[in-house]
Design a protein around this ligand. Structure first.
Ligand code: NAP
Length: 308
């Protein structure tokens, strides 16, 4: 086993992302000790019961005290308050990171609270499931997935960045660096707007269900089932994502609406050539995602067929 990257890591918030980090850190022997904190007694109890973290603390400050790396793993809208709470106990030379799905708003909320001599290296692992909570995590979540590091300032210590990179690579991820605004735009396209569309489509079907009784559920085809999986994602997390990546989300949603109108018109005008060309282009996007190793080309995404 290689030497630990950090002597002590503190995970604040113990949901899907933090618990997966803990198991991946343990798998790789990446930290001497991992402390953890969650705001509810129930989550702290669960964490103690399943052995999530070497030490579960009763306050964020207690978990962060003396840590070499503190990772904020709470919803985006809660990052600022947590940073304020831990700021007084951070040791000189410590590094603060986070895993938030939005970067500019988190940097603006967290950076002002951090004392001189503490490094700030935000990050965002592009991995997740529709499950949440301390029992949802698993060590393999980040294997071969991307983690984007978004340094909080231009003069961020390169050594602090390099250590966060080493940690994520040790957890199985491929690491890239990006500017915060660019990150937020890219994620609006690849994740945030697709979630908005899934939430909307499932909402439409839910309204329809009242008309057609259970048919929407009974005959739900693969396309709709995939939407429902995405639309089952944590409501708090996604509320915060949209509120904190408002501009980029609205920009991409505007473009989406324009495209939808063009498609709507092609269907109305029975413009088969347009539809065929459009679907040929989108099929090529799917192929490039598979070639990049970011998904499987097994039928039904490699899932077993549902029982009738
Ligand atoms: P999660 O499973 O719902 O866990 C969230 C954790 O944050 C819980 O321990 C919760 O504590 C705590 N928390 C919630 N609200 C809080 C508040 N107001 N103040 C303090 N603590 C609070 O969430 P997750 O999926 O791990 O997501 C955590 C972060 O990772 C989010 O910023 C999200 O944007 C980001 N992220 C998520 C995904 C994904 O697919 N899920 C992927 C990449 C990044 P209690 O259990 O005590 O309520």
């Amino acid at each position: 086993m290689t030497a630990p990257v950090y002597e002590r890591v503190a995970l604040i918030g113990l949901g899907l992302i933090a618990s997966s980090m803990f198991w991946a850190i343990k798998r790789g022997g990446l930290a001497g000790e991992v402390t953890g904190y969650a705001r509810s007694e129930a989550t702290r109890e669960t964490a103690r019961r399943i052995g999530l973290c070497d030490r579960v603390c009763d306050s964020a400050a207690e978990a962060a005290e003396g840590a070499d790396l503190v990772v904020l793993c709470v919803p985006v809208g809660a990052m600022g308050r947590v940073a304020e709470e831990i700021a007084p106990v951070l040791k000189a030379g410590a590094c603060v990171s986070d895993v938030g799905s939005v970067k500019r708003a988190v940097i603006n909320a967290v950076a002002p609270h951090l004392p001189e001599g503490v490094h700030f290296v935000p990050a965002h692992p592009l991995a997740g499931t529709e499950h949440s909570g301390p029992e949802a995590g698993f060590a393999e979540l980040y294997d071969n997935r991307w983690c984007i590091i978004v340094p909080g300032a231009e003069d961020t210590d390169p050594e602090a960045i390099a250590k966060v990179r080493t940690l994520w690579e040790g957890m199985g991820a491929n690491v890239d660096e990006m500017d915060a605004d660019h990150h937020d735009l890219v994620l609006a396209v690849t994740s945030h707007v697709p979630h908005a569309i899934a939430y909307t489509m499932v909402g439409v079907a839910d309204h329809l269900r009242r008309v057609t009784e259970s048919e929407v559920i009974k005959y739900s085809a693969a396309g709709f089932r995939d939407f429902t999986r995405i639309a089952a994602s944590d409501p708090t997390m996604w509320r915060d994502v949209f509120l904190n990546n408002k501009e980029a989300t609205l920009d991409i949603l505007g473009r989406f609406t324009e495209e939808l109108f063009v498609l709507q018109r092609a269907i109305r005008m029975e413009d088969g050539d347009h539809l065929h060309d459009y679907f040929t282009k989108t099929r090529a996007v799917r192929r490039s995602i598979i070639e990049a190793g970011q998904d499987t080309d097994a039928p039904n995404f490699g899932r077993e067929a549902p029982k009738p």
